[in-house]
Design a protein around this ligand. Structure first.
Ligand SMILES: Cc1cc2nc3c(=O)[nH]c(=O)nc-3n(C[C@H](O)[C@H](O)[C@H](O)COP(=O)(O)OP(=O)(O)OC[C@H]3O[C@@H](n4cnc5c(N)ncnc54)[C@H](O)[C@@H]3O)c2cc1C
Length: 418
């Protein structure tokens, strides 16, 4: 997983999708997750040099390793006060997910607009030229062009680079934020409907009313350790992108019917949680497992091969873990591509119920919307089961992050992590 680089005397880092790869990375990072992370995390040292941050996001995004596992490992080595910043960053993910869950219309509006803009690129030559200039890294803004290349080649960008990139996209290049978010989702290995959409909205001034994020030359210079200085092309004003939309009405968080095991149970694995270890303890023996990936539908434009390979590899790795399970009807894990194929799999295996970890707002939920009804028409019950971490945190995530942040020690204590 790590290759010694002669050029930098550093390590070249690759993301491999197996759970074991994520766990190894976690183990390597734990020692750096305390005060060193607090002091250094904002420095973007450039491609293959992101040693101050964990680089765990592609595994965490797909819950190949969970937020709970990451925080537990970190707090075995550091006190909460020493690792407070890192733990809070993990909770930013939780917060965005909970927030989107309570405001699903933000996702729907974004995905409709992103698809419309993808079509508009075909007919509007001015928009197309600007879009291609940005996405091919040919704007002449050196840092921005380098981040474009890094994103395309590696599938990752440092958090600060993501903020600067999004800001330049919106306020300097004056491109629609939805097209930028879509470009990220097609190339980031950790591309996530909540973290990505809401971070772009935050930069553009649509999350906290009137608050935009402006990339400044001196800030970029400081946190890239002088790799980019005197960037003269940047906009010096950041007016909210379009009219600041009123935050759509808050919807109640999902309450699922408690899982009841009656007869043969099948597990459905999706991109949203590829290691539902605790759920499996509750379900009892499984007779069948299927997986379903929505990765190709994260955008109406093509998804990068890096992302496709990562997600596909993660599903294969998850399938391999289940193949060992003795209770299964046969040793293969079915790959399903549609609601119809999932229903056929459930019928083939004479299932009484299909269970899956809660499917949060995003493309997986959009595609599987009719699954519950179709299974029930065939006499098969569909259960979604919430993870304890989300169940505790999401009720505090529907407004500002501060409200959730205050609850972190109490929640970690209730989860027996501290
Ligand atoms: C415009 C923009 C788009 C983004 N898109 C995504 C995305 O699609 N998917 C995604 O996972 N993150 C996204 N982020 C958040 C953040 O940049 C990444 O989570 C982080 O850079 C991942 O690198 P890491 O694992 O080394 O982070 P670390 O600093 O090591 O943090 C540890 C973990 O905490 C979580 N995390 C850290 N910072 C944030 C944050 N600001 N918001 C949400 N979660 C966070 C991640 O799960 C991460 O793996 C985006 C941020 C911006 C500004």
């Amino acid at each position: 997983m790590l290759v010694q680089s002669d050029l930098f005397g550093d390590f070249l880092f690759m993301w491999y999708p197996k759970r074991i790869n994520g766990l190894e990375q976690l183990e390597r990072f734990v020692a750096r997750s305390g005060r060193r992370y607090t002091a250094q995390r904002n420095f973007d040292l450039g491609m293959n040099r992101h040693e101050h941050v964990s680089k765990l996001s592609p595994w965490v995004r797909h819950r190949i390793i969970s937020e709970e596992e990451v925080v537990t490992a970190v707090l075995k080595t550091h006190t909460l006060s020493a690792a407070e910043k890192f733990v809070q960053e993990v909770f930013w993910r939780t917060y965005w997910k909970g927030w989107l869950e309570a405001h699903p219309k933000v996702w729907t509006d974004y995905s409709v607009r992103a698809s419309e803009l993808a079509e508009e690129i075909e007919s509007n030559t001015q928009l197309r030229d600007q879009f291609l200039m940005a996405t091919k890294g040919k704007t002449g803004i050196a840092c921005f062009d380098d981040w474009t290349q890094e994103l395309i080649e590696s599938g990752y960008l440092h958090n600060h680079a993501r903020m600067w990139f999004a800001s330049i996209w919106v306020f300097t290049l004056k491109l629609p934020w939805e097209l930028g978010a879509d470009f990220f989702i097609r190339h980031l290995l950790d591309g996530d409907p909540a973290s990505n959409t809401l971070s772009w909205r935050w930069v553009a001034g649509l999350h906290t009313k009137g608050k935009t994020y402006l990339a400044r030359s001196d800030n970029i210079s400081k946190f890239t350790k002088g790799r980019y200085t005197n960037i003269t092309q940047l906009s010096n004003e950041a007016l909210p992108a379009g009219s600041v939309a009123e935050t759509p009405p808050l919807l109640p968080l999902p309450i699922h019917e408690p899982f009841k095991s009656v007869g043969p149970t099948g597990l459905l694995l999706t991109d949203e949680d590829l290691n539902p270890a605790k759920l499996i303890k509750e379900t009892g023996p499984l007779v069948a497992v299927a997986n379903f990936s929505s990765v190709e539908r994260r955008s109406s434009l093509p998804i990068s091969p890096n992302v496709l390979n990562f997600v596909c590899g993660a599903h294969e790795d998850a399938s391999m873990r289940f193949k060992q399970m003795k209770s299964l009807n046969n040793s293969s894990v079915a790959g399903c591509k549609s609601v119809k194929e999932i229903c056929e799999w459930a019928l083939r295996n004479d299932l009484n119920q299909v269970v899956t970890p809660h499917i949060s707002v995003g493309p997986t939920r959009d595609i599987l919307e009719g699954l519950s009804k179709d299974l029930e028409l065939n006499g098969i019950k569909f259960y979604q089961v919430m993870n304890q971490w989300d169940l505790m945190s999401w009720p505090h995530s529907s407004r500002g992050f501060f409200k959730l942040r205050k609850k972190i020690p109490k929640m970690l204590s209730e989860l027996h992590i501290i």
